[in-house]
Structures are given as C-alpha cells and as structure tokens.
Design a protein around this ligand. Structure first.
Ligand code: GAR
Length: 199
C-alpha cells in the first residue's frame, strides 16, 4: 500500500477530491495515513474525521517558536511513515529539514500556471486577484515537487483553464478548482503511486 500524508490549512476541497478518487478507484492501492493541519478549525479536518482518517493538528499558536514548530511538523509526518507528502492548500512554509528528508516525495498544488502568479505572497484568492488584475485570458493549476524555493520545484502536471470576461476572484478560483485542481492532484498521486510500484 502506498501511504500518503495530506497537509491542509482550510476547506479541504482538494483533500475531498483525493478521498473521492480513492473511493472511486481512480487512485489505487493508496491510503491516506494521516491528514495534518496547522489550523485546528480547518474544515478539512472534519472531512477527514468523517471519513475515519487519522488527523493531527500542529498549530503555530501552540508552538510559536519556529524551530520547535518545524521539528513538530517533521515528526508528525515521520510518525505516519508515508511514501508521499501532499500539500493540499497547506499555507505553512515547509521546513528545510523536511524538504531534505522527503526530497522528490513532497508535492504541492498551486492554483495558477507556474511560473505565473506564484512565489511568496501568492496563495489562495490572492493568486486569482493577481491573474484578473493582469488580464490573462488563461490560468490554471500546477502540481509540482517541493524544493527549497517557493513554488520553484520541478513541475509534474499542469492544466489550463479559461478566464472569462465577468470573472471575480471567487468565480475563477472555483472554475480552476473544478476544471483543474480536483483532477490534477489525484492524477499526480496515482502517477507517483504507480511509479513507486514499478521501481
Ligand atoms: C487551493 O486552491 C490550492 O490550490 C491553494 O489553496 C486552495 C486550498 O483549497 N493553494 C495555494 O494557494 C498554495 N500556494 P482547499 O482547502 O479547498 O483544497
């Protein structure tokens, strides 16, 4: 069984897409070993608990010291003994020690076509606000491996989505989720789970 940890901060629609894809056997021989959040109120944690998946909260409020926080996050991931770490709307910078320990085994979903609208400060709705402000006619989503930079790691999958005349950031965000993110992230997990079985 290919074991994954899913790290979340918010609503968890991408987590839901992964859970649904496992249920529908679009992702095979894979289990979510744990869902980890930095935010105790994240609805993503409720989704996981309702599905009987183990959850853990590693909260910045409870561990304000950065080094101690980084160590706690790494040990939460280590304890789950996973093959892959999936960042599904996780808005905490990944500690360098974790990047080293899980090189090429951490993936992130970003709601734009990298290298557009990515890097420090580009997360959630801010990405879509910037895309609309620039007037692009196409945006999309990217799944990439996580390295020491912000959104700089090797790109695994991308999907383009049309930007429409009357889009608000919220409408564009929803279309990119529906047409790209919720498809790409499960695809990426299936791809890596399959690769690992063949290697
Ligand atoms: C998603 O749109 C994801 O791409 C984005 O946060 C949202 C989380 O939604 N991630 C980033 O902006 C990372 N830089 P969700 O909690 O409903 O999956």
């Amino acid at each position: 069984m290919f074991r994954i940890a899913v790290l979340v901060s918010g609503g968890g629609t991408n987590l839901q897409a992964i859970m649904d894809a496992i249920e529908q056997k679009k992702i095979t021989d894979t289990e979510i070993a744990v869902v980890i959040s930095n935010n105790a109120d994240a609805y993503a944690l409720t989704r996981a608990k309702n599905a009987g998946i183990a959850t853990k909260c590693v909260s910045r409020k409870e561990i304000p010291d950065r080094d101690a926080y980084d160590a706690a996050l790494l040990s939460a991931v280590d304890e789950a003994k996973v093959d892959l770490v999936v960042l599904a709307g996780f808005l905490v910078v990944i500690p360098e020690a974790m990047i080293r320990a899980y090189r090429n085994r951490i993936i992130n979903i970003h709601p734009s076509l990298i290298p557009s609208f990515c890097g420090t400060g580009y997360y959630g709705l801010k990405v879509h606000e910037a895309a609309l402000k620039r007037g692009v006619k196409v945006s999309g989503a990217t799944v990439h491996f996580v390295d020491e930079g912000t959104d700089t790691g090797p790109i695994l999958l991308q999907k383009a989505v049309e930007v429409k005349e009357d889009d608000t950031p919220e409408i564009l965000q929803r279309r990119i989720m529906e047409e790209a993110e919720w498809i790409l992230l499960p695809q990426a997990i299936q791809l890596l789970a399959h690769q690992s079985r063949e290697s």
